[in-house]
Design a binder for this molecule. Structure first.
Ligand SMILES: [Zn+2]
Length: 310
């Protein structure tokens, strides 16, 4: 049995997978802030999952962790996870030492990409399982995880898929990365809040969609810009790595069907003007992950599945 832990900015979700990759048990807890709290939350998850399936914590074959930040996947060290208050923290080694099982740590979007890949394969009803997908995460930021021929592709420096920082508007807003007009400033949770501010505790995505549906012209502009930005990210992924599908996930995708139909509309408009794009049928090859599917936790459990033996 393998454990996957998705350590998010506000909550930590963890699952136990059986040998057939089915979810045996799942727990969720608020994520603490800082090294001691993050470690304690992960330990608590592992302990409860062990109780849930009736084994000792050290009996798990492997533990994988997905975390929002820059990680050294070889050592399990978290270089930076700003939202969690972690800098240079040996999360993998600390947890492995306490549990007595091997621990791997991965960036959360990459972990979710592995989970999304498993979801696509599981949902496949026709022969010919896709071997390559991109997972486009529309969360606070915008980033993609890329699975090529069934393997996670990190690139030479681990930044493969960081397409949120591709500038698309030279006159656009200044991005925290230092560039101007990045995709992330338009088509992400933070991009929406920047363009459509709401009081604390309110959902900017929901507020935007309600206002746009009611005909508020400013909201329509922000919403349509969001659709074009997401379609741009999708086109970029298809044309740069030629995956079979792009799977969308993350908080912004909770708007569901309106997002999908808005993005479909943009892709079809482009296809009508370009025989080349039209021939690729991009609009038929995108899907939204169900928001009940714990992609990052499941993907974390699958990290390095071929290289772990215990
Ligand atoms: Zn940027």
């Amino acid at each position: 049995m393998r454990i996957g832990i998705d350590i998010g900015g506000t909550k930590t979700a963890a699952v136990v997978l059986d040998p057939g990759d089915g979810v045996l048990c799942a727990v969720t807890h608020p994520t603490g802030y800082g090294p001691a709290e993050v470690l304690a939350t992960a330990l608590r998850c592992v302990t409860e999952l062990a109780e849930g399936v009736g084994c000792a914590p050290g009996d798990f074959r492997s533990i994988g962790i997905g975390i929002p930040g820059a990680v050294n996947t070889a050592t399990g060290r978290v270089d930076h996870a700003v939202n969690l208050g972690l800098v240079g923290f040996d999360l993998g080694a600390e947890l492995a030492h306490r549990i007595g099982a091997p621990v791997r740590v991965e960036n959360d979007v990459n972990a979710a990409a592995l989970g999304a890949y498993r979801w696509v394969r599981g949902a496949e009803t026709e022969p010919g399982t896709p071997g390559s997908i991109a997972y486009l995460n529309l969360g606070t930021g915008l980033a993609a995880g890329i699975i090529l021929d069934g393997e996670l592709w990190r690139g030479s420096r681990g930044v493969a898929g960081e397409i949120g920082h591709i500038p698309v508007d030279p006159a656009g807003a200044l991005c925290p990365c230092g560039q101007r007009g990045c995709l992330e400033t338009i088509s992400s949770g933070s991009g929406i809040v920047r363009q459509w501010p709401v009081p604390d505790g309110e959902s900017a995505v929901r507020s935007l969609m309600v206002a746009a549906t009611a005909g508020n012209s400013a909201a329509v502009g922000v919403r349509d810009g969001l659709f074009v930005g997401v379609a741009t990210a999708i086109r970029l992924l298809f044309l740069s790595v030629d995956v079979q599908r792009v799977v969308l996930g993350g908080g912004v995708t909770t708007m569901g069907e309106p997002l999908l139909s808005g993005v479909h509309g943009v892709l079809r408009e482009w296809a009508a003007r370009s025989a080349f794009l039209g021939s690729l049928r991009l609009d038929e090859r995108i899907q939204i992950l169900p928001d009940t599917f714990p992609a990052a936790a499941i993907g974390a459990a699958l990290i390095g599945e071929n290289s772990w033996q215990k």
